[in-house]
Design a protein around this ligand. Structure first.
Ligand code: IFM
Length: 445
């Protein structure tokens, strides 16, 4: 088979997030986040686990960067923890918290790994939640203030910025389904949160631009899923369209077109009356890079199972599944194509893709995660297919570097290229890590 060659300068990276790997939640003046509160509420997380220690990256960051360097990674997308930097969410800056990221960036650059900073991966300072959280419009200004603080500090070295990771997840899973922090079940709060998260992206973009002297690229990362109808019936097709609107278009339209699909929906219009204010949509539509996080597709049918939306997800028989989702490589291509159909003027890159596998150390200390290798092979091939079709995908960031705290599922779902023994914190590069290193070295699949 001929190798699938990637464009020169294709960005091969990995991604992580602060709460999922750092631990040290009470160290060096870090404040409390909504995830500390949520994970310490009995019954919210599988086995009542939490991110108190996680992968102890706050102490082992040098070792972790050395592993990245060994794998030949070109880029690293990590998130800064807002409560580490501004424990109250606004006002006083905690220098010790900021220093951690300062050192991290220096070490990455020393190792020739490009830092991609994401300012927000869901760990909202608890004091801001107490003031109303994302449904409160003031939060947008607090976020812009925080973005300015981080940009002031790191902006002389960091050229690539993501304001937020997957705002949809925080809005919908955190405020509608209630399975994530802050654990609300309120459709009005959900739609308000999402709009405010998008507006906060726009305000933070402006704050970064005014704090940083050098040219930078600023973007956002989105969880996107191609949506299919379970059958050819008109009802199921309409259900699929509703879900497409509420998962994909609800974020893509404002960011790429400057319009909002919920303005056309009666229910949503009532719920968001006066939430979308004049000028908001222009603020939101500021993007140099769009990060696509792709894991799986959604196959939908009409049903009363999910209120308001009247839909139900179907799991097609005969396909492959992981511990969390259906495995559907073609969806990677379809998602990139969907974004490209908007004719975006910004750059596109895959900022997350990966699979949870119940990995373990074999008798000889190796982790033979063939399943992850097959997953990556098939999904990266679809990225290549998109590039061949003229979609200029700039890079691919694997989720994740390390096994980590998978939110409400705790530590059971391992996504890393590096195995973490959570008792000893010992790291072992998995077979997939070595395989990925070879892909990077050859710039080919
Ligand atoms: O672990 C998460 C990450 O925080 C956001 N995107 C999806 C990953 C896997 O569920």
């Amino acid at each position: 088979m001929t190798a699938l060659k990637f464009p020169e300068n294709f960005i091969w990276g990995v991604a992580t997030s602060a709460y999922q790997i750092e631990g040290a939640v009470k160290e060096d003046g870090r404040g409390t986040s909504i995830w500390d509160t949520f994970s310490h509420t009995p019954g919210k997380i599988r086995n009542n686990e939490n991110g108190d220690v996680a992968a102890d990256h706050y102490h082992r960051w040098k070792e972790d960067i050395a592993l990245m360097s060994e794998m030949g990674l070109k880029a690293y997308r990590f998130s800064t923890a807002w409560p580490r930097i501004q424990p109250a969410g606004t006002g006083k800056v905690n220098k010790k918290g900021l220093d951690f990221y300062d050192r991290l960036v220096d070490e990455l650059l020393r190792r020739k790994i490009e830092p991609y900073v994401c300012l927000f991966h869901w760990d909202m300072p608890q004091p801001l939640q107490d003031k109303g959280g994302w449904p409160n419009r003031d939060t947008c200004a607090y976020f812009a203030e925080y973005a300015g603080v981080v940009a002031e500090c790191l902006g002389d070295r960091v050229k690539f910025w993501f304001t937020e990771n997957e705002p949809w997840v925080l809005a919908f899973i955190g405020h509608f389904l209630g399975n994530h922090a802050p654990g609300k079940k309120d459709i009005g709060a959900t739609l308000k949160s999402l709009h405010h998260l998008l507006l906060a992206h726009g305000l933070a973009t402006e704050a970064i631009r005014s704090a940083v002297k050098q040219p930078v690229k600023i973007g956002i990362t989105l969880n996107l899923h191609p949506v299919y109808s379970a059958t050819d019936s008109e009802k199921d097709k309409a259900a699929a369209e509703r879900v497409d609107m509420f998962i994909n278009r609800i974020v893509l339209d404002p960011l790429l077109k400057g319009t909002s699909p919920i303005q056309g929906s009666t229910v949503a219009k009532i719920l968001t009356a006066r939430v979308i204010q004049d000028g908001d949509l222009e603020k939101i539509r500021q993007l140099d890079m769009l990060g696509v996080n792709y894991y799986t597709r959604a196959v939908m049918k009409h049903s009363n199972k999910v209120p308001v939306l009247n839909v139900e997800q179907v799991q097609p028989v005969g396909n492959d599944y992981s511990g969390m989702w259906e495995i559907y490589p073609e969806g990677m291509y379809q998602t990139l194509k969907k974004v490209w159909d908007y004719k975006p003027t910004c750059e596109i890159m895959v900022t997350e893709n990966g699979i949870p596998v119940p990995d373990g150390l074999d008798f000889d200390g190796r982790v033979r995660d063939e399943r992850r290798i097959r997953y990556l092979q098939s999904h990266i091939a679809q990225v290549h297919r998109a590039i061949e079709d003229g979609i200029p995908v700039k890079g691919y960031f694997h989720w994740s570097l390390l096994d980590n705290f998978e939110w409400e599922l705790g530590y059971g779902q391992r996504f890393g290229l590096v195995y973490v023994d959570f008792k000893t914190q010992q790291r072992t590069v998995k077979d997939s890590g070595r395989w990925f290193a070879k892909v990077i070295e050859e710039n080919a699949l």
